[in-house]
Design a protein around this ligand. Sequence first.
Ligand code: DWN
Length: 403
Amino acid sequence: MKCRFSAKEIPTILDFGKMPLGNGFLDSQVDDEYFFNMSVAVNHDIGLIQLEEQPDPSKMFHQEYAFFTRTSNFMVEHFKNVSDEIFSLLNESYSSDNSKYVVEIGSNDGVMLESLVKKNIKCLGVEPSKNVSAVSKKYGVETYEKFFSYDVSKEIISKHQQANIIYAANVFCHIPDINDLAKACANLLKDKGMLIFEDPYLGDVLNKISYDQIYDEHVYLFSCHSIKNIFAKYGLNLIDCKNLTTHGGSMRYYLVKDSQFTESNHLINTFKNEISNGLLDLNSYKEFARKCDFARKKFKERLELYKSNKLKIVGYGATSKSTAILNYCDVGCELIDFIVDTTPIKQGKLTPGKHIPVKDYANFIPHPDVSALFAWNHKKEILQKENNFKGKWITHLYNDLLD
Ligand code: DWN
């Protein structure tokens, strides 16, 4: 395929086969469920994994979008901390600006902006999934129900104003036209503004073999090298980055328009680590693909072994990532009885592709023998909550399948 950023021909590294939509939960069995061929290519010059084919965004983000940020107390806390950081930044760096303005792209249920609104900061959320943005509005967050683009950035400026801070969490990796996105951010940002965003980090995915971060919604997995290259083309310079534990390992990026920028020591070290860890080397991606295949076979074998020993297996967290795992590993109801999840819109439905029932979290009791932790990125929070569970937790991750 041609790289979406550079238009250069880039190699395929992994083919997942036919995949449904990560959040395409079904009310009942249907004959015409949507599937697409999911394969992944890499631009290893800049460390950028991308889907070769992505379903149309309107198929994925609509009035019945299944993911709400507020389902995790830890994530609510995480976004409270982000809003505190933005609030301090506004007071320190823009104290003389009387029209401070914050825009969040992909503001989901408004959990981050809500805290800023409460502090009387003028904010705007941009969120195309209408059921999710409805929650955001309930919390007092003005929300633009559109897909963010260069044209939308112009609309926001004409109806509102440019932003001091643009923030996005787990959103930029979803937007296929990365050139338009970077141009839109540069347009919307004030000259002295700052773009801050975070996404699952390619370095963590390669390290943990967390292939489940690759699904229809995630068109990219970024590295610092890729972010530096993409955004510099539009006059946005990467000055700092921060490793995060969220979503199994993420990176937060800080970018400014100022051409007199300096790169933080942490960013310089991260660039060095990306090189020494092989993020710019095609062989690392071949190794990643080999390990994914190993983990795929091992995970199913392990579940089959438990099942043959008459153990009761359920899943924990009907995540988008679990759609990738179950379909890639070819695991269905013959191995997993049901998956519990706290999100009301997912309960009573069937998982995409494999049609495993999703049940209310109350069904985790009586406890099963084995629980496949599909929400493995929320492990700390879930293990705290489930400290009475005496069965075995398992994951699909390579290192957990080695023994
Ligand atoms: O990037 C994305 C991230 C931010 O959110 C989107 N593409 C879609 C979504 O991905 P995901 O579904 O893989 O996200 P999570 O956060 O891993 O989903 C956790 C799921 O587990 C939710 O459905 C809620 C559920 N859950 C639960 O049942 N009990 C979560 C917790 C913490 C719990 O205690």
